[in-house]
Design a protein around this ligand. Structure first.
Ligand code: BES
Ligand code: MN
Ligand code: ZN
Length: 497
C-alpha cells in the first residue's frame, strides 16, 4: 500500500472516498464541519436524525454528498473528543481503514489527522496512521491454497495536513511510518512461518537477500565448523539434538562513518523450541515456532534502518538453531564451555535462549560497539510479570535503558524496566561449573538476564525480553512484529545525535 500527504479542503478532493471524524455525542470534527457547511448542512441533518452517534469505532458510509467532489464520504466515530489517546487513535484508524478497504475504493483521503490526540503532534499522527493502516491490512495467507482476496482492495491512502507548510513534516512522517511498517511486516512474516519452513538456513537466506537489496548492508554467515573454532560451546550445545544446521548471521549496515562505533542488535533465533530433553508439555507447543521473533525483529529493524538510510552503523547478530531432543542432544547436568571461557552447567535444556545468546554476546566484543541490545523470547515468566502489553528491559547501562524506554513511549511499542540487582545474581550458583543455566523458580525473567550479564561485562548492554509481546495467542494468533517500532525509534533518535 502507498501513502502520501496533501493539504486542501475536503469538499474539493476528487477521490473515491474522503474520511472524516465524528465525536461523541454527534459532534463534527473540523473536516466534517467543513463538508457540512459546503453541503448545506447535509451531515448535521444526518446526525440529528441519529444515524451516527460518534462512538469509538463506529462507521457510516455516505454517497453523493451535495457540492463535494468525492464519490463517497466515510464518517468515523472517534468517541469523546477529550479522551482520545494512543489506544483510541489506533481504534479510529483501524476501523476507518478496515471499512475503507471493504467499500471498493482503491484510494482514499483521510482527514483523521485533524483530530487531537493527547500529547501527540502532527508528525506522530501521520506516522502512526501509516503504521496502523498497514497493520490492519496485514494478512498471512501465503500458505493457504485458496486465498480470500478483497475484490477491490485499498491501494493508496492520502493523509491530509492542515497547511502547505506542514507538507515536509508530513512527508518525513510518512517515510518513517512506511519504513517501520515494512520492518514490522517482515518480522511478522518470518515469525508466522512454521518451523519446517523458517529454519536457521532459511533465516540466513533471507538475511543474505537483504544484503543484495541494500547496498549499505553486508551479510555474512558463520557455519558450525567456524563456531567450533571460535569455541562457542554454549551455542553448539543447543543445536546438538537437531538435524538442522545452526547459523550465526552477521548483518552489517554501514550508514555512518567507517570509524564510528556500531550499535549491535542481537536476536534470539530458535526456529523451534521443543525444550530439548527437558521437553515442553504439548499444549500450545506450536507457538514455539515464534521463538525466533527476536531474530525477526533484528532483521525487520535493519530493513527499516536501510529504508530510512539512517546515518549510523548498526550490526545485527543472529544466533539461530533448533532446540530438539535426540540421542545426541545435550542432557540436564551436562557441562559446556562458552566462548568466554566460563563453564555452564545445563540444568534445564529448555533454558536454551541464554545459551545461544551468551556466545553471540561474547562474539560482539570484537565490534567494540557503542551499545549492544539483545532481543529474545526468553522467559515464560516475563509473560506472567508484564502480560502482553510491555516488553521487559534490563541491562548494565542506565542511559541505554532510558533511551530504549523512551523509544518505547514515542513509538507506542512500550517496554518496562525490571531490576537487575546483585541479590538476583546471587541466585545463580552451580556446584559443578562456573554458572548454572537456571536459578530457582523465583524472578525467572531477571535471573535469565543475570545469566546474560555474566557475558556482557565489557559492553554497554541491555536485554529485552519479548516473550509476552512478540506474538498473540488465541483465535487471532499471529506475530506482532514487536519490538521493531521501538528499536527503529531508538535508532532514529540516535541518528539525531
Ligand atoms: N522460549 C522459551 C520462553 C517462552 C515460553 C516464551 C513460553 C514464551 C512463551 C524459553 O526458551 C524457555 O523455555 N524458557 C524457560 C526457562 C526455564 C526453563 C528456566 C521458561 O520460561 O519456562
Ligand atoms: Mn526453551
Ligand atoms: Zn526458547
Amino acid at each position: 500500500m502507498e501513502f502520501n500527504v496533501k493539504s486542501g479542503s475536503p469538499a474539493k478532493q476528487r477521490s473515491a472516498c474522503v474520511v472524516v471524524g465524528v465525536f461523541e455525542p454527534r459532534r463534527l470534527s473540523p473536516a466534517a464541519e467543513s463538508l457540512d457547511k459546503v453541503s448545506g448542512g447535509y451531515l448535521s441533518s444526518l446526525l440529528r436524525r441519529g444515524d451516527i452517534e460518534g462512538q469509538l469505532g463506529q462507521t457510516l458510509l455516505l454517497h453523493n454528498i451535495p457540492k463535494t467532489l468525492a464519490d463517497r464520504v466515510l464518517l468515523v466515530g472517534c468517541g469523546k473528543e477529550r479522551e482520545i489517546g494512543d489506544k483510541e487513535f489506533k481504534r479510529i484508524i483501524a476501523s476507518a481503514v478496515g471499512r475503507l478497504n471493504e467499500t471498493g475504493s482503491l484510494e482514499g483521503v483521510s482527514y483523521l489527522t485533524d483530530i487531537s490526540v493527547k500529547t501527540r503532534d502532527l508528525h506522530w499522527k501521520v506516522r502512526h496512521s501509516v503504521e496502523i493502516s498497514s497493520e490492519s491490512l496485514y494478512s498471512f495467507d501465503q500458505l493457504k491454497s485458496k486465498k480470500e482476496d478483497t475484490r477491490r482492495p485499498l491501494r493508496k491512502l492520502t493523509l491530509m495536513v492542515p497547511r502547505r507548510s506542514d507538507l515536509p513534516n508530513g512527508e518525513a512522517a510518512v517515510r518513517e511510518g512506511t519504513a517501520i511498517a515494512m520492518g514490522v511486516s517482515q518480522a511478522k512474516d518470518l515469525g508466522n512461518l512454521p518451523g519446517n519452513i523458517c529454519t536457521p538456513s532459511y533465516l540466513a537466506k533471507q538475511a543474505k537477500a537483504m544484503g543484495k537489496l541494500y547496498s549499505k548492508l553486508k551479510v555474512s554467515v558463520i557455519e558450525q565448523a567456524q563456531m567450533e573454532k571460535l569455541g562457542m560451546g554454549a551455542l553448539l550445545s543447543v543445536t546438538r539434538g537437531s538435524r538442522e544446521a545452526p547459523k550465526l548471521i552477521i548483518a552489517e549496515y554501514q550508514g555512518g562513518k567507517t570509524k564510528e562505533k556500531p550499535i549491535v542488535l542481537v536476536g534470539k533465533g530458535v526456529t523451534f523450541d521443543s525444550g530439548g530433553i527437558s521437553i515442553k508439555p504439548g499444549a500450545a507447543m506450536d507457538e514455539m515456532k515464534y521463538d525466533m521473533c527476536g531474530a525477526a525483529s533484528v532483521l525487520g529493524t535493519l530493513t527499516a534502518c536501510a529504508e530510512l538510510d539512517l546515518p549510523l552503523n548498526v550490526i545485527g547478530v543472529i544466533p539461530t538453531c533448533e532446540n530438539m531432543p535426540d540421542g545426541a542432544a545435550t542432557k540436564p547436568g551436562d557441562i559446556v564451555t562458552s566462548m568466554s571461557g566460563q563453564t555452564i552447567e545445563v540444568l534445564n535444556t529448555d533454558a536454551e535462549g541464554r545459551l545461544i545468546l551468551c556466545d553471540a554476546l561474547t562474539y560482539c566484543e570484537r565490534f567494540e560497539p557503542e551499545s549492544v541490545v539483545d532481543i529474545a523470547t526468553l522467559t515464560g515468566a516475563c509473560v506472567v510479570a508484564l502480560g502482553r502489553h510491555a516488553s521487559g528491559v534490563m541491562g548494565n547501562h542506565h542511559p541505554l535503558i532510558h533511551e530504549l524506554l523512551n523509544a518505547g513511549k514515542t513509538s507506542g511499542d512500550r517496554a518496562w524496566e525490571l531490576p537487575l540487582w546483585d541479590e538476583y545474581n546471587d541466585q545463580l550458583k552451580s556446584n559443578f561449573a562456573d554458572i548454572p543455566n537456571i536459578a530457582d523458580r523465583t524472578a525467572g525473567t531477571i535471573t535469565a538476564a543475570c545469566f546474560l550479564s555474566r557475558f556482557t561485562q565489557k559492553l554497554h548492554w541491555a536485554h529485552m525480553d519479548i516473550a509476552g509481546t512478540a506474538w498473540v495467542s488465541g483465535d487471532k494468533k499471529g506475530a506482532t512484529g514487536r519490538p521493531v517500532p521501538l528499536l527503529t525509534q531508538y535508532l532514529i533518535d540516535r541518528s539525531k545525535g
